[in-house]
Design a protein around this ligand. Structure first.
Ligand SMILES: [Zn+2]
Length: 222
């Protein structure tokens, strides 16, 4: 059962500009401090190499995809270890899915889920694709449930996602809409609410989200 507060709806935003203005974005200068803050709150992190200025920031330079550095330690779990490790190369932050899963949903489904979960679930959105990421308790949702609506699930102790705010040439830039400190660094356990949206959204209803399937898929595939 979910707690009453976890179902508190959030008023619909006045627009994407309004949504983004709610979030204080980290500058690259803040990244070491951000990494330490994740680690201090038991969100393990790893150093992420991305392409900037036409080449990867790691010493190899010609990598195509964002990747974790192979330099030990791979996984950083203590704040005091994080800050010095992030001083070199301008690493981005990878959030390693040890203690949560990351549910990615297309625009309309994500908007619906967010209306239900409100500020009870760490949530990020991508300005370019309008996709959403929800940080949920591990094992609560299955990959097939996400895939059935055009989303996916990142799960497991060796999986990771770029931390919202990570900028790079091949990175979908997500921004926090509900930063994890607002939930006490706890992922959402309200699986029933999420599942209800995924299974019962009626796109023909009068109050259905404005974007139908064809446009959603076009955005995802573009
Ligand atoms: Zn590289």
């Amino acid at each position: 059962m979910s707690s009453p507060t976890s179902r508190t709806p959030v008023p619909c935003s006045s627009g994407w500009r309004g949504v983004f203005s709610l979030v204080q974005f980290a500058t690259r200068h803040d990244v070491p401090r951000q990494a330490a803050r994740f680690a201090a709150n038991k969100w393990p992190v790893a150093r992420l190499a991305v392409r900037r200025g036409g080449q990867c920031i790691c010493p190899i330079r010609d990598c195509i995809e964002p990747h974790l550095t192979l330099r030990p330690p791979l996984l950083i779990t203590r704040a005091r270890d994080a800050e010095p490790l992030w001083r070199d190369y301008g690493w981005g932050i990878a959030l390693v899915t040890h203690h949560y899963n990351v549910l990615r949903l297309p625009a309309a489904y994500g908007a619906h889920v967010h209306q239900v979960l409100g500020t009870a679930c760490p949530t990020a959105i991508c300005r370019a694709t309008r996709e959403w990421r929800f940080f949920v308790a591990p094992g609560e949702l299955q990959y097939a449930e996400a895939a059935a609506v055009g989303g996916d699930l990142t799960a497991g102790p060796s999986a990771w996602v770029p931390a919202p705010g990570t900028e790079g040439e091949d990175v979908d830039v997500y921004r926090w809409l509900v930063p994890p400190h607002l939930t006490g660094w706890r992922p959402s356990k309200d699986t029933n609410a999420i599942r209800a949206v995924l299974r019962t959204t009626d796109w023909n209803a009068a109050d259905a989200p404005s974007r139908g399937w064809p446009e959603i898929l076009a955005r995802v595939l573009r």
